[in-house]
Design a protein around this ligand. Structure first.
Ligand SMILES: *[C@@H]1O[C@H](CO)[C@@H](O)[C@H](O)[C@H]1NC(C)=O
Ligand SMILES: *[C@@H]1O[C@H](CO)[C@@H](O)[C@H](O)[C@H]1NC(C)=O
Ligand SMILES: *[C@@H]1O[C@H](CO)[C@@H](O)[C@H](O)[C@H]1NC(C)=O
Ligand SMILES: *[C@@H]1O[C@H](CO)[C@@H](O)[C@H](O)[C@H]1NC(C)=O
Ligand SMILES: *[C@@H]1O[C@H](CO)[C@@H](O)[C@H](O)[C@H]1NC(C)=O
Ligand SMILES: *[C@@H]1O[C@H](CO)[C@@H](O)[C@H](O)[C@H]1NC(C)=O
Ligand SMILES: *[C@@H]1O[C@H](CO)[C@@H](O)[C@H](O)[C@H]1NC(C)=O
Ligand SMILES: *[C@@H]1O[C@H](CO)[C@@H](O)[C@H](O)[C@H]1NC(C)=O
Ligand SMILES: *[C@@H]1O[C@H](CO)[C@@H](O)[C@H](O)[C@H]1NC(C)=O
Ligand SMILES: *[C@@H]1O[C@H](CO)[C@@H](O)[C@H](O)[C@H]1NC(C)=O
Ligand SMILES: *[C@@H]1O[C@H](CO)[C@@H](O)[C@H](O)[C@H]1NC(C)=O
Ligand SMILES: *[C@@H]1O[C@H](CO)[C@@H](O)[C@H](O)[C@H]1NC(C)=O
Length: 684
């Protein structure tokens, strides 16, 4: 198992801190990665909590540029150099410099390269033009060291512009820049991942790791939430109890958003494995539950209210957290509040339709919400199904699990009856005859199994139809969201790719990942290391800057965990390994080859390490699979159909699987216990 050992004991009783955690926090994170290997070269996280810029750019005057590291010189009012950290970072910078004369050294930050300048990109307010800069003022010539104050911690940026404001012919020589990273505050080794992924497409690997790194930048010290201020920025808000908490974005909002966690948490589990931040985020939602049973839409200090969908995401988040940790003490502590939350939302299911009537109308960013909105009904279906499992895990003996399951079945019937548009072949936005067929509800219908998901699920014609209709919205750089026109939402696209995968349409899923996430990863103005909150179909980063709104375009977050869907999707559906019972006591291995030659992945629970991989060989005629799973568990293995060739003979752990085979149409599912297994399929 991974060691948790922050201190190194040397001879003579000397105690030395091996690697630092943030401020005075106790290091509780892992020391080593669970799956060492070549794939670790794709990890964006730095080896040390203290990092320096990797290169320097000119803002206006290219003659200012000198080799970096090495003294960098700025002279005269308004002169500036831009320091590039080479990837998304965040924290407190310390700068050593020598001055002649008097003036001010300005610091301005941005995630996107197109906002480098004497003003920071916008984090504090959507309608405010930029956050401005912070200054280290000096009145004397000589050597100085400046460290940013904690309130001005900059949560996410790639570029830092240093500039000079002076009334004189002053100049500054910058000798050294060191940034203390503020995120993942309880880890001493930021590269000690619990999970890994590797496949034959290097872009997919980089996308997987950019999702993982994004989630690291979203795990923040609990006292660094965003406070709104009239100008500049102030990141000293209290987010939760504990030491570390998962928020929506590195730069902003720096608040707990349970809907975002619907994507961020499964991705966290398969990659960095930081579930402490998840526990603290969920607990803060329970601690701020309202008297009527509703949860806030966002955690403190924001505490936005009035969202039925985000309310349900806190409930679903509780299920995900229990699935990955079996933290029954957490469930016990909050069970009464969970039941109140269920009561609050199920009271909004009205007859005769049998559909949820949404009255808390805030949501992710879609323009319309309310009435019996389909997306909200899909989420309620999932809340009921997962609620049934929670009731079982809680040891409920009052029949709640059955009640929730039968409510889910009734709801599914109602949704399929009232919201399905048979002539179009997808769900409408609600039970009216609207012509809007949303990306969110349709993706969730397949992903959550609201459309009949018989085995194998891809025989479901509604699921197939939805998967196909969703591609109508595709542009060369991603899927346009009908419920948020002109926008591309990698959050909702994270549900869409998983819908295609549940429908067995793996090539479609990879196509969308490459178009959308691939586009951003290679964008010259992006962070090249994280996943973005959203963007427009015209290729600008100005997410949601349409419909008469005129936001500061730089407000968009470039490191947003809600867009990390490919990270869990590639592990769970392409490598094919997922947990289905607490801690992986039951699990599933169901790979999809798409256009890849090989893939493998792994993750950790307290039962041990789980990993699996596959190779397609002989021009797609044969394939082999392996898995290493803790003993005492039980899984379902589903062998995919052959890509080519006729009947495939199945050999498990060296022995022929009698009377069972796969062919081009049908795969094969069987139960197998934990342990190390190897499966070979050879076509005749
Ligand atoms: C110094 O430069 C800043 C930034 O370009 C500008 O706003 C300011 O007016 C200049 N001050 C003087 C005295 O020129
Ligand atoms: C420049 O001069 C103005 C006017 O005297 C003064 O308000 C300002 O503080 C000075 N700026 C610097 C950076 O010294
Ligand atoms: C990157 O930003 C620069 C500066 O705003 C802009 O001129 C350029 O078109 C952008 N590149 C792309 C690919 O959008
Ligand atoms: C420091 O310098 C900046 C830029 O000239 C100015 O806006 C600010 O008022 C100064 N702060 C102090 C405390 O003098
Ligand atoms: C100022 O800092 C520079 C670079 O670190 C160093 O070479 C120089 O000796 C220092 N000067 C003084 C007066 O301390
Ligand atoms: C930051 O915000 C907090 C909460 O509003 C406030 O108490 C504090 O004074 C602010 N700090 C600064 C430096 O503005
Ligand atoms: C910390 O826990 C206490 C006690 O449960 C709770 O009242 C408080 O709201 C929590 N603080 C935050 C910031 O969530
Ligand atoms: C989960 O926790 C419960 C209660 O502590 C325990 O009975 C159960 O065996 C645990 N499940 C697994 C898979 O460890
Ligand atoms: C749904 O809720 C709204 C707002 O409370 C209410 O006006 C409407 O009548 C409800 N719809 C149904 C079908 O009851
Ligand atoms: C149904 O959905 C459409 C499309 O989003 C929307 O325009 C309409 O207002 C919704 N109807 C109701 C009653 O909420
Ligand atoms: C593919 O097969 C080779 C040779 O057996 C093996 O070394 C490799 O680990 C396999 N790759 C995966 C991802 O399973
Ligand atoms: C395997 O799948 C079958 C059919 O869906 C199910 O009944 C069984 O519980 C599954 N086994 C495990 C270990 O998940």
């Amino acid at each position: 198992m991974r060691l948790i050992r922050p201190l190194v004991l040397l001879g003579f009783g000397l105690v030395v801190q091996a690697q630092k955690c943030w401020e005075k926090l106790t290091c509780t994170g892992p020391l080593e990665s669970a799956f060492p290997g070549d794939w670790e070269s794709n990890i964006y996280a730095p080896a040390s909590r203290h990092v320096s810029p990797t290169s320097v750019l000119a803002l206006a005057d290219a003659s200012l540029i000198s080799a970096w590291p090495g003294p960098a010189h700025i002279t005269g009012n308004g002169s500036a150099l831009v320091f590039d950290f080479g990837k998304e970072v965040g924290g407190l910078a310390t700068i050593s410099y020598t001055t002649q004369g008097s003036g001010a050294l300005g610091l301005a930050f941005t995630e996107g390269k197109n906002w480098i300048g004497l003003w920071s990109d916008s984090s504090n307010g959507r309608f405010q033009a930029g956050d401005g800069a912070i200054y280290a003022n000096f009145t004397t010539s000589g050597n100085h060291t400046y460290t940013m104050d904690k309130v001005h911690l900059r949560g996410g940026f790639r570029y830092m512009t240093l500039f000079l404001i002076t009334n004189e012919t002053t100049s500054i020589d910058i000798h050294d820049i060191s940034l203390e990273i503020g995120f993942q505050p309880t880890w001493s080794n930021l590269r000690a991942y619990a999970g890994y992924f590797d496949c034959s497409d290097d872009d997919l690997n980089k996308i997987w790791y950019s999702g993982a790194y994004t989630l690291q930048t979203n795990a923040v010290p609990v006292d660094t939430g965003r406070n709104f201020v009239a100008s500049g920025w102030n990141n000293s808000g209290l987010l939760s109890n504990g030491s570390t908490v998962i928020v929506d974005g590195a730069k902003r909002d720096r608040a707990v958003w349970p809907g975002d966690m619907g994507i961020a948490v499964p991705a966290t589990f398969v990659s960095i494995g930081d579930l402490d931040s998840v526990a603290n985020a969920l607990q803060t939602m329970y601690d701020h539950q309202n008297a009527d049973g509703s949860f806030p839409e966002a955690g403190p200090p924001l505490l936005q209210q009035n969202s039925d969908t985000y309310h349900m995401w806190s409930m679903i988040g509780t299920y995900n957290y229990l699935l990955y940790t079996n933290d029954t003490a957490f469930l016990n502590k909050n069970w009464g509040r969970y039941l109140q939350a269920m009561h609050f939302i199920y009271n909004k299911v009205l007859q005769p339709s049998g559909l949820l009537n949404v009255t808390g109308t805030r949501d992710w960013a879609r323009w319309q919400q309310g009435f019996n909105n389909s997306e909200a009904n899909m989420i309620l279906y999932h809340a009921l199904v997962t609620g049934a499992d929670l009731a079982t895990w809680q040891g409920d003996t009052t029949g709640l699990a059955d009640t929730y399951r039968s409510r889910a079945a009734n709801l599914s019937t109602a949704i399929n009856q009232h919201c399905w548009d048979g002539s179009f072949g997808a769900f409408k936005d609600n039970a009216t005859d609207t012509s809007l067929h949303p990306q969110d509800a349709n993706s969730m219908a397949v992903y959550f199994g609201v459309v009949p998901a018989s085995s194998p699920s891809w025989s479901s014609s509604r699921a197939q139809s939805i998967s196909e209709r969703l591609t109508d919205n595709w542009t060369p750089i991603g899927a346009e969201t009908p419920e948020l026109p002109n926008n591309i939402s990698p959050f909702i696209s994270s549900f869409e790719i998983q819908a295609h995968l549940v429908a067995g349409q793996s090539k479609r899923a990879l196509d969308l990942i490459r178009r959308s996430w691939g586009w951003y990863l290679h964008h010259p103005n992006g962070t090249g290391s994280t996943v973005i909150e959203g963007y427009l179909t015209n290729g600008s980063f100005s997410y949601r800057n349409s419909r008469g709104y005129s936001y500061d375009e730089s407000y968009v977050s470039h490191s947003h965990g809600w867009s990390a869907g490919p990270t869990s999707a590639l592990t769970n559906f392409i490598a094919g390994l997922s947990v289905t019972g607490p801690l992986g006591s039951t699990w599933s291995l169901k790979p999809q080859f798409a256009d890849l030659k090989y893939a493998q992945a792994g993750f950790v629970t307290s039962l041990g390490r789980f990993s699996a991989g596959w190779n397609v060989t002989n021009n797609g005629r044969d394939y082999s699979l392996w898995c290493k799973i803790p003993d005492g568990t039980l899984g379902n293995v589903t062998l995919p159909p052959l890509l080519s060739g006729k009947t495939g003979k199945v050999i498990i752990d060296g022995k022929s699987f009698k009377n069972r085979s796969v062919d081009k149409r049908d795969g094969l599912t069987f139960e197998i216990g934990g342990g190390n297994h190897s499966i070979v399929v050879v076509s005749k």
